[in-house]
Ligand binder design. Structure first.
Ligand code: SF4
Length: 70
């Protein structure tokens, strides 16, 4: 899963990383910090290489916590 670290984005320009995403999962409203459409993202990692704003993080554990280890 890709997380956007907005503190690293100056939010004053068109995000050049939109062009590196092969599936169009990086979105931007105006010059605001970009965000990720997690439904589209394939975790290819290209954005991570393009800018430190994008960081690979572990998937949050939101399910199966009641069924694990049973
Ligand atoms: S990891 Fe790949 S698919 Fe996902 S947002 Fe970054 S460039 Fe796009």
């Amino acid at each position: 899963m890709i997380e956007v670290k907005t503190k690293y984005c100056p939010q004053n320009h068109h995000c050049p990383s939109l062009a590196v995403c092969p599936v169009g999962a990086i979105k931007q409203d105006g010059f605001k910090a970009p965000y990720i459409d997690q439904e589209k993202c394939t975790n290819c990692g290209r954005c991570v290489l393009s800018c430190r704003v994008f960081q690979q993080v572990s998937e949050p554990v939101t399910s199966n916590k009641m069924t694990a280890n049973k």
